[in-house]
Each structure stands twice: as structure tokens, then as C-alpha cells.
Design a protein around this ligand. Structure first.
Ligand code: FPP
Length: 257
């Protein structure tokens, strides 16, 4: 029987090895944010229901947490549910609200073992009770871990965050009798969900869409963006490391020279 050569596959695996060797240990992003897009299209391509894509995407979260940890990323912020996602059909919303529970039921012991701390950003109080309970319990159980912060953006919308921050800040200024003229960018940052996490250094979006979709608008003023056509369930260690290497090769000037 004739042997069929697969040069493309061979080349890909060689590249993967090379890339693994090239991620340097310096100049790594401390905070990486990811818009995990394309679960639905991933499922569609395979003739599967959208839920199957979300489930596969959920399992991929754990894999990417492991790679981020390996490269000493301090904060990994993942866009799991936006304030706009409530517009989806109810069965899909219900499923997406169950995913954090399933994720934590399956992976919390491993996350604890890996010293990961679970946090969230977004309007938490209005989430379904079962979602809140599972996530709050994970936050509590991991609060003393000092490894990677897995920051899940759950019912997160940047405009909502900013407006909410303005309301609270104006209220505080009023209470203290302080003039709003004294307001600085640093002061305002303290009113955002991300106050203790800092701005993302690198923001990745999968699935070929090139937009922010109301994610970390204030915080990404000087973030480096990285886009890939891969759907989220296909986003893997190779692509994550490719993003890290590209980041390491960029010059961040913050408007200077
Ligand atoms: C966007 O893809 C993805 C989402 C709205 C959900 C993302 C959630 C996960 C990947 C799992 C969450 C995991 C945890 C740990 C909570 P889409 O459905 O809009 O894809 P499409 O654009 O192809 O339709």
C-alpha cells in the first residue's frame, strides 16, 4: 500500500515545537484578557447544537488556564457572559448560566491544586441563584490562593461598569464635599470592577471578529490586541504561545517615542 505523506501536518507540529522554545521568560504579559468567541460556529460546522460548542469551550477554559499558569500570567480575564448576551434565546441563556457550575464542579479541585484564585467581574447580584452559589463558593474556597487569578467576566458590560462607577464616584464626592474638578483617571479606575487587577496587557479575541463588544473599554486604552480566526474551542496552547511571542515582539510606547 502506498504511504500518504502529510507534509502540512508535519510542518505544523514542527512549528509548535519551535514556538514552545521561543516564548521567553521575560516581558510576559501580566494580565491577559480573552474574548472567547466562536463556540456556536464551531458547533455549527460539525452539525452539532450550539450547546455542544459552549461545552467544548468550557473544557477549553481549563486547558488555557493551565498554559497561562505555565507562563506565569498573573491575571486571566475571560469574557464568559456579556450584558448583551441576555438577548439570546432563553434555553441558551439557561445553559450558559449552568456552565460556570459545571466548570467548577468538574475542575475546582484541579484549580485549587494549581493555586488558582477564582474571581469575577460584572453585575453578580442579578445572576440566577444557583450560578451565584457555585461561583461564590469557588471564590471563597480559593480566596487565599496566590497563583493565577482566573477572573471570569460574568454578566459584564463595560458601559454599564463605567456608568455604575460614575454614579458611585459622584455619590462619594458629594458625601465628602469634594469638588469633581479634583477627579483624576487613577481615582476613577478605583470605581471599576478591575480596580485591584490592573489593565490587561494583552487582549485576545478568537473567531475572526475584530471588535471589543463592550469588553474592558476603559482598561484597554493601551492594551495590545491579538486576533485569530480560530474558534474558541480550537484555541490551544500553540496559539496562546503564538500570541505571547507576538506580544513580546511588540514595542509598547504608551503614546511616547
Ligand atoms: C461566544 O461564542 C461565547 C459565549 C457567549 C460564551 C463563552 C463561554 C464559554 C466559552 C464557557 C464559559 C466557561 C466558564 C468557565 C464560565 P458564540 O456563542 O457567540 O459563538 P458564535 O459567534 O459562533 O455564535
Amino acid at each position: 500500500m502506498r504511504r500518504i505523506k502529510l507534509p502540512f501536518l508535519k510542518r505544523k507540529s514542527r512549528n509548535t515545537d519551535q514556538i514552545n522554545n521561543i516564548v521567553k521568560s521575560d516581558n510576559l504579559p501580566k494580565h491577559v484578557a480573552i474574548i472567547m468567541d466562536g463556540n456556536g460556529r464551531w458547533a455549527n460546522q460539525r452539525g452539532l447544537p450550539r450547546f455542544a460548542g459552549h461545552k467544548e469551550g468550557m473544557d477549553n477554559v481549563k486547558k488555557i488556564v493551565k498554559v497561562a499558569n505555565k507562563h506565569h500570567v498573573k491575571v486571566l480575564t475571560l469574557y464568559a457572559f456579556s450584558t448583551e448576551n441576555w438577548k439570546r434565546p432563553k434555553p441558551e441563556i439557561d445553559y450558559l448560566m449552568k456552565l460556570p457550575i459545571e466548570f467548577l464542579n468538574t475542575y475546582l479541585p484541579e484549580l485549587i491544586e494549581e493555586n488558582v484564585r477564582v474571581q469575577t467581574i460584572g453585575e453578580f447580584d442579578v445572576l440566577p441563584a444557583h450560578t451565584k452559589k457555585a461561583v461564590q463558593s469557588a471564590k471563597d474556597r480559593t480566596k487565599d490562593n496566590n497563583g493565577l487569578i482566573l477572573n471570569i467576566a460574568l454578566n459584564y458590560g463595560s458601559r454599564f461598569e463605567i456608568v455604575q462607577g460614575i454614579k458611585e464616584m459622584v455619590h462619594d464626592f458629594d458625601q465628602k464635599g469634594e469638588s469633581i474638578d479634583n477627579l483624576t483617571e487613577e481615582m476613577f479606575s478605583e470605581y471599576l470592577y478591575t480596580k485591584k487587577l490592573g489593565d490587561p496587557d494583552l487582549l485576545i479575541r478568537t473567531s475572526g471578529e475584530i471588535r471589543l463588544s463592550n469588553f474592558l473599554l476603559w482598561q484597554s486604552a493601551y492594551t495590545e490586541f491579538w486576533f485569530t480566526d480560530s474558534f474558541w474551542p480550537d484555541f490551544n496552547e500553540y496559539l496562546f504561545e503564538k500570541a505571547l511571542i507576538d506580544y513580546q515582539n511588540r514595542k509598547r510606547r504608551y503614546g511616547g517615542i
